[in-house]
Design a protein around this ligand. Structure first.
Ligand code: IPE
Ligand code: IPE
Ligand code: MG
Length: 251
C-alpha cells in the first residue's frame, strides 16, 4: 500500500436525529445507534494509515439542545470510554478530548483524564473527540493566551497554531460531514483552511467502514495545489518561461 497522504482526517458525525425521526423514533435513538459506529470508523482510520482522527461529538452550539438530549450525549460518551478503553490501549491509540468538558459529570471527567493519561505515550493513531468544542472559541482562547504570555509581541500564523488546543494534530487533510448538510458548523476552522471537503448524504448511523474507505481512496486521488498550479503545468511553464520572455517584457 502506498503511503497515506491524508494524515489528519476530521469527521462531523451528523444526521443522528433525522435518522431516528425518519424511522418514527425519538432523536436519542439515533444518537444511540450512531455511537455504535464510532469504534468501527476509528479502526478503519487506523487501518487506512491515518495519523490523526478528530471526531466532532458535541459543539458549543449543541448546548442549546433540550436537556434530555444533552444528557443522553453525555451518557454515550461515558459508555464509549468504559467500553473502548481496553481496545484503545491495546491498539496503541492516543486518546484526547478537546473542548470544554467542565460541565460533564465528575465520573466522566475522571474516565477521560485516566484514559488520556494511560494512552499519552502511545505512538499510534491520535484519536481526538471534540466535545464542548467550537472553532471560534478555540481561536479566541489561543489568541488570549498568547497575549497574556507575550505582552506586546506580534502574533504570527505559526505562533497562533502553536497555541491551539491540540497543535500536534496539524492541519486537517480531509474533512468529512455525514447527514447531507454542506457546512462546517464551527468545527476546526483554523485547521481546515486547506482541507479537502467531502459531504455525504449518508446519515451517521448508516455510515460504514466501506464508505469511509471509498471516500479516502477517492479524495487521495485529488490533486492538492495549495495555491500553486498543478505539477504537470508547473514543469511546462518552466520551459515556456524562456519562450514567453518577450511577451512578458512587452506587457
Ligand atoms: C449529530 O446528529 C450529533 C450531534 C450533533 C451531537 P444530530 O443530532 O445533529 O442529527 P440531525 O442533524 O438533527 O439529524
Ligand atoms: C454539528 O452538527 C455538530 C456535531 C456533529 C457534533 P449540528 O447538527 O449541531 O450542526 P448544525 O446545527 O446543523 O449546523
Ligand atoms: Mg445535525
Amino acid at each position: 500500500m502506498t503511503e497515506m497522504n491524508l494524515k489528519h482526517i476530521a469527521i462531523i458525525m451528523d444526521g443522528n436525529g433525522r435518522w431516528a425521526q425518519s424511522r418514527s423514533h425519538e432523536r436519542i435513538w439515533g444518537h444511540i445507534r450512531g455511537s455504535r459506529i464510532v469504534s468501527k470508523i476509528v479502526e478503519e482510520a487506523d487501518e487506512l494509515g491515518a495519523k490523526a482522527l478528530t471526531l466532532y461529538a458535541f459543539s458549543t452550539e449543541n448546548w442549546s439542545r433540550p436537556v434530555g438530549e444533552v444528557t443522553v450525549l453525555f451518557k454515550l460518551l461515558k459508555k464509549f470510554l468504559l467500553k473502548e478503553r481496553s481496545r484503545i490501549l491495546k491498539n496503541n491509540i492516543q486518546f484526547t478530548v478537546m473542548g470544554d468538558t467542565s460541565k460533564l459529570p465528575d465520573k466522566t471527567k475522571s474516565l477521560i483524564a485516566s484514559l488520556e493519561e494511560d494512552s499519552k505515550n502511545n505512538t499510534g493513531l491520535m484519536l481526538t473527540f471534540a466535545f464542548g468544542y467550537g472553532g471560534r472559541d478555540e481561536i479566541v482562547q489561543a489568541t488570549n493566551k498568547f497575549i497574556k504570555e507575550n505582552p506586546g509581541k506580534e502574533l504570527t500564523e505559526e505562533l497562533l497554531q502553536s497555541y491551539l488546543l491540540m497543535p500536534q494534530l496539524g492541519d486537517v487533510d480531509l474533512l468529512i460531514r455525514t447527514g447531507g448538510d454542506q457546512r462546517i458548523s464551527n468545527f476546526l476552522l483554523w485547521q481546515s483552511a486547506y482541507a479537502e471537503l467531502y459531504f455525504t448524504e449518508t446519515k451517521w448511523p448508516d455510515f460504514t467502514r466501506g464508505e469511509f474507505r471509498k471516500i479516502v481512496e477517492f479524495v487521495s486521488k485529488r490533486e492538492r495545489r495549495f495555491g500553486n498550479i498543478c505539477s504537470s503545468d508547473l514543469e511546462s511553464s518552466k520551459l515556456m518561461a524562456v519562450e514567453n520572455k518577450e511577451t512578458i517584457t512587452n506587457l
